[in-house]
Design a protein around this ligand. Structure first.
Ligand code: XIL
Length: 313
């Protein structure tokens, strides 16, 4: 195969990419997104501040544009995301606890119903944990009186609106074993025991070159043993820029190891890279001094890491 999607499909997996509206107007970017990948995650277009800028008033056109792009290139869509402490509209902050509860349920029902049948998997709850493994005490946690409560309610509400979609909890720094991943594991176990229709755990995988946790595969495997899917949802592997050839080689090793970990687990449906290329990656804007984190360079040309991933697939 010559594309990530063909390589992944030969292993019955997908290779996805985060795409934003700005990419749709860029011929080079959309060419790569439309040919190399077979799953799309909207970068920002399905987040709460975009979808429901005023209470009860929905704006689906940015998300629809991403879905149309994916569909026209025979690519599926991971919905991202429904409930998250970040990128919330201003009106959320003035709600009482009971108002926040109903707003959360109405938001989930409205958004999932609109996209019903078009979404392979939803990140229902995004980033619920602090790095020490405690729950983020955000508006949802506070409204429901606990992490497992609002998360269980969110997943049940999404399931009622689209019973066919796989429903995920997604987070970062849970890729290797540690306090945060233990907390996610305990949450997942609790929800499964309660009969909550949780379908999978998303491991964001925003890595630093040379620091992919060696426990990645074993850690993902313990979640799979609960009967859950385990997906790499936002892969990038950043390094100081300008990139050294040594770091680009290490990145090729890192990314191949991540692919191998997924392929070794039957319940790992696929891998999604966050952004299309080094040119449109979110990394330089968020981690100043870092970049070169994707499989394609600033000119959308395949890097060493692309070749090592193709060999691993
Ligand atoms: C990022 C987007 O890429 C940026 O454009 C935006 O400004 C902030 O959010 N974890 C997630 C994603 O779940 O939604 C984030 O996306 C990256 C970290």
């Amino acid at each position: 195969p010559t594309t990530l999607r063909a390589g992944a499909e030969a292993d019955s997996r997908y290779f996805g990419v985060a795409v934003g509206q700005q990419d749709l107007g860029n011929g080079t970017a959309s060419n790569v997104a439309g040919s190399q990948f077979d799953m799309v995650t909207p970068q920002n277009e399905m987040k709460w501040d975009t979808v429901e800028p005023n209470n009860g008033q929905f704006n689906f056109s940015p998300g629809d544009a991403i879905v149309n792009f994916a569909t026209s290139h025979n690519e599926r869509v991971r919905g991202h995301n429904l409930v998250w402490h970040s990128q919330l509209p201003g009106w959320m902050s003035s709600l009482s606890g009971s108002q926040a509860k109903s707003a959360m349920e109405a938001h989930i029902t409205g958004e999932v119903s609109h996209f019903k049948g078009k979404i392979y998997a939803w990140d229902v709850v995004n980033e619920p944990f602090n790095d020490d493994g405690s729950f983020r005490q955000d508006v949802f946690y506070n409204a429901f009186g606990g992490g497992a409560q609002y998360i269980g309610d969110a997943i049940r509400t999404a399931h009622a609106a689209d019973p066919a979609a796989k429903l995920y909890i997604n987070d970062y720094n849970i890729e290797g074993q540690g306090a945060k991943s233990d907390a996610m594991y305990n949450l997942a176990k609790t929800l499964v025991a309660q009969g909550v229709p949780l379908g999978g755990i998303g491991f964001e995988s925003h890595f630093i070159v040379g620091q992919v946790p060696s426990s990645l595969q074993a850690n993902m495997q313990r979640f799979a043993a609960l009967g859950l899917d385990v997906a790499i949802t936002e892969l990038d592997d950043r390094m100081p820029t300008p990139a050294s050839s040594g770091n680009l080689q290490q990145q090729a090793t890192d990314d191949a190891n991540i692919v191998k970990a997924c392929l070794a687990i039957a319940q790992c449906p696929g891998i999604t890279q966050w952004n299309i290329s080094d040119a449109d990656s979110w990394i330089p804007g968020t981690f100043p001094g870092y970049g070169a984190a994707t499989l394609f360079d600033n000119n959308y040309q395949p890097k060493s890491a692309f070749n090592s991933v193709m060999t691993a697939l």
